[in-house]
Design a protein around this ligand. Sequence first.
Ligand SMILES: *Cc1c(COP(=O)(O)O)cnc(C)c1O
Length: 495
Amino acid sequence: MEVLYKSTRSDMAPIKASEAILKGLSDDGGLFVPTAIPALDKSFAELSQMSYQQVAYEVLKLYLTDFTGEELKDCIAKAYDSKFDTPKIAPLRKAQGAYYLELFHGATIAFKDMALSILPHLMTTSAKKNNVKNEIVILTATSGDTGKAALAGFADVPGTRIIVFYPKGGVSAVQEKQMVTQKGNNTHVIGINGNFDDAQTGVKNIFNDKALAAQMEEKGFQFSSANSINIGRLVPQIAYYVYAYAQLVADGQITDGEKINICVPTGNFGNILAAYYAKKMGLPVEKLICASNENKVLYDFFASGTYDRNRDFILTSSPSMDILISSNLERLIYFVTGEDAAKNAAFMQQLSGDGVYEITDDMRAKLSDFWGGCATEQECFGKIKALYEAEGYIIDTHTAVAGAVYDAYVKETGDQAKTVIASTASPYKFSRSVMTAIDEAYKDQEDFALIDALCEKSGVAIPPAIEQIRTAPVLHNTVCGKDEMKQAVCSWLGI
Ligand SMILES: *Cc1c(COP(=O)(O)O)cnc(C)c1O
């Protein structure tokens, strides 16, 4: 069955997967969604015998239907190789009754690697398929982890350039160091004086600037997006939920067809949306537990039906979830309007205007797949400490938000169904928060002393991604105002 991609904001003619990957965002400002969500066409008995790469193929082939089997296998082989430090790619770890799905075994030790290792290959393949001669300029706003994962994915990929904007002071020391030490002649990293939402809004405005697009075309450039709104990010993320389920079957932890819950630490709503798509494809999932930190705009949305970004932006120790506008939620909103682009566009208009919209009761009724929770900083740190003390297992701050919300979910509902918790970053990426959560006495130690202490406590080797930045020179030090982003892009491209 051919799957095409349509916009969430207008009734434009649907386009092919490769075209949607190249464009990133629809011309009308909407996000691309598949015309129909395909069903899994392999049994779990079969899937449970497959490698990660094989499962990824089984998922990708259903969505990216204008790619040949050979093209997909080639992209998958280039993405999920020895950049990952385990052949399982996404292993499960059982702890305190839940299954932590470790999505941080790639090059930059955060879950963004799962999609951003493959996106550059999907994109260059898409360019070839569509006879694109322009150089592709990837423009990305990051709350910390996307930036580095995108830089690592695109660095020195021929025919591409990449520009990453991050909120100066709004990412962890390790996250910043990882980005500003990025090598590759085609990479550019810029700090902005603003928060993540400012960076994301700035990038969206540049994408929607028609005059700039014309200027770019003249000089042989075109923009694309590596942000989680790109369908080429979303689809590869579905694969690890299918893989996790298949692994649980293979290990005899669940029976074939048994329903599980999936709990996801959420920011831009991309990761949990992938789990929702997996459910729609036939993965036996009961609840999708959406975990927020103190920026609990999604928790309030699920509780009240009102999405309201008018509130203070809180800097937490889980910075990749410090987000007030969850871009991918638009795909869910579109879905619960009954795929009514005009209705969805009106909600998004309200969001960009007044910063708030309220969905109807009919729409709310269609959100019963989700359970929203939130955790305070205290609860997050408490979870890290408790899990360490009970099992010697150390999780990062984002994962701990999910762990704490899952505990609250069990307490409130009594639901005993097996639950997969998406573990989205290595604790090494947030060693200061993690170590002080375990013991306050660490709070005055230097970054690398903390990393060494974490190694000692967890017994997990320090990942190369961390070792490398101990001595790496800073190669990027541009900072600009949130209103100067377009200028910064033009000057780097020389247009
Ligand atoms: C990006 C990120 C998240 C949030 O994922 P979304 O897809 O944006 O909801 C959570 N944890 C970590 C470590 C991340 O990097």
